[in-house]
Design a protein around this ligand. Structure first.
Ligand SMILES: *Cc1c(COP(=O)(O)O)cnc(C)c1O
Length: 508
């Protein structure tokens, strides 16, 4: 019996209920369908006869044909091959894989939100527009900014929008500035956003303490600098203690300050970027405000600005007008100095409902408690790893994430990637590796606020047992993972010869 026959007979070439899973294309049988429609009682018309030429695709003939139950089982089984935050700790540093409370989903499924169409007239979208308006106001209150746009579809697009507004600001003042200052710990999207706006990136090194020094910024600052991009807390997990002084140095020479707010989950209710001199910043709803991401949903990267940048906000902006019949919400497109539209519609609107729910269900005290627990959990992990084979490159109190280095284990021949893969065998999604770039052998761990102490202990125990194993049985670590459906990929081959399209195997 061939594999193909076995798959179609029992649907499983794995063991027990740990299913092996063929491709949908391999499961396909001609004529099988997941629907049944009544007989037509009107004359049949072929799409080709009524649609303009070229609108009927010819290349869909090879789409797989399956029944509903086959499709449901296929995707449900595949989902069990993946790590997910609902399965266990997902300590991917910088990405903030925090638990997504289920009440967010419940509210997002209220039919008025779920079934709203972005092209409905404003008058029929009042509830949704009010939610957007309120979410903007709450993000502004949390961050100390004056105005917020929800349009950008990810943090990276938020950065792009923010730097576009900085450019529009200087251009409106007839200033041709050419450079953006970025610290060496920055996330890769920061220099990319500056470069996409035509700016030259000036990199400044961080101090021995892992933060920016005012002197380093002053040394790089001149009248050609349009602004600085600072992540706070930074990607080493440290609070930029000199932020106010740095903002003053940049402002004094006419530059603006961009705040990368991806790590706001450590600051909510504790400190406001707007109070530290930040002129424009993005939020990552999918990190800080618990909307699902990393395969679970799209991102959302709202941008907050101080009033001096408000004329450049993307259009449309939501206006609230209080009249005789109560408040009305309206989309304003007439903003002559706007950088324009960034998204075909409102942005990733379903995420606004989830983030708003998160904010309202926690309230100000709850948000502050989240930040405090995120910081406590990261410091607990760091404390447990102190004095172990993992080196701590900057041994200071951290915010929401911590970084350790496995450089001391390198003599065993085991690499950072090997340790990360071996963690999968212990049931964990690996932490971020080899980032930030300035720490060799970096493992960047972000536990988030929802993990229990026992959960954190189990994770640290796994890391310690792998360090031990690296010395006693390095081969097992080097060839991990061993307890997954797919073992280690040939990453070079995957990058050089990616197979992105299924083609039927020629008959043998
Ligand atoms: C995640 C992240 C970004 C980019 O955000 P996306 O939503 O992934 O585009 C930017 N900066 C930092 C520090 C981040 O962690």
């Amino acid at each position: 019996m061939s594999d193909q026959d076995r798959i179609s007979e029992v649907g499983n070439t794995g063991a027990g209920t740990t299913y092996e899973e063929p491709l949908l294309f391999e499961l396909s049988r001609e004529g099988r369908a997941g629907y049944s429609l009544p007989e037509l009682d009107v004359p049949r018309v072929l799409p080709e006869e009524i649609l303009p030429e070229g609108s009927v695709r010819e290349d869909l003939k090879t789409l797989p044909e399956l029944s509903e139950v086959e499709i449901v089982r296929h995707f449900t089984r595949l989902s069990t091959w993946n790590a997910a935050v609902d399965f266990g700790l997902y300590p991917l540093g910088s990405c903030t894989m925090k638990y997504n409370p289920k009440i967010n989903e419940k509210i997002a499924r209220i039919p008025g939100f779920l079934l709203a169409h972005p092209r409905q007239p404003d008058a029929l979208l009042q509830g949704f527009l009010e939610l957007c308006y309120e979410l903007e106001s709450q993000l502004a209150a949390i961050s100390g900014m004056d105005r917020v746009t929800l349009q950008p579809a990810a943090g990276a697009q938020g950065e792009l929008a923010g730097i576009m507004m900085i450019r529009a600001y200087h251009e409106a003042r007839d200033e041709q500035r050419t450079k953006i200052i970025i610290p060496d710990t920055a996330h890769g999207t920061n220099p990319a956003s500056a470069a996409l706006n035509g700016y030259k990136v000036v990199e400044v090194p961080s101090s021995d303490e892992g933060i920016l020094s005012p002197e380093a910024v002053a040394g790089a600052m001149d009248d050609d600098v349009a602004g600085i991009m600072v992540t706070n807390p930074n990607t080493l997990g440290f609070f930029e203690e000199h932020m106010t002084a740095i903002s003053e140095i940049v402002h004094a020479r006419g530059g603006l300050v961009y705040g990368d707010g991806a790590n706001l989950n450590a600051l909510m209710g504790v400190a406001r970027p707007g109070d530290l001199g930040i002129d424009v910043m993005h939020f990552n709803l999918h990190k800080t405000f618990s909307t699902p991401h990393g395969g679970g949903g799209p991102g959302s990267g709202p941008v907050g600005v101080k009033n001096l940048l408000a004329p450049h906000l993307p259009t449309p902006v939501i206006q609230k007008e209080v009249g005789a019949e109560g408040p009305q919400f309206r989309l304003e497109n007439d903003l002559p100095h706007s950088i324009g539209r960034l998204h075909g519609n409102f942005g990733n609107a379903g995420m606004f409902v989830r983030a708003y729910t998160y904010l309202r269900s926690l309230g100000p005290e709850g948000l502050k408690h989240c930040s405090e627990m995120a910081v406590l959990n990261a410091n607990y992990i760091l404390a447990r790893l102190r004095g172990t084979p993992y080196r701590i490159p900057f041994d200071r109190t951290v915010m929401h994430e911590c970084i350790v280095s496995d450089a001391e284990l390198s003599e065993t021949g085991v690499t950072t990637a090997d340790i990360a893969k071996r963690l999968i065998d212990h049931g964990y999604h690996p932490p971020t590796t080899y980032f930030p770039l300035i720490v060799p052998g970096a493992l960047m761990i972000e536990p988030t606020e929802t993990e229990s102490r026992e959960g954190l202990d189990r994770f640290v125990d796994a890391l310690l047992s792998i360090a031990e194993e690296a010395k006693t049985d390095p081969d097992t670590v080097r060839t991990a993972p061993h307890h997954t459906r797919r073992s280690r990929m040939d990453e070079t081959k995957a990058a050089r010869h990616p197979v992105l399209k299924w083609t039927p195997e020629p008959p043998t």
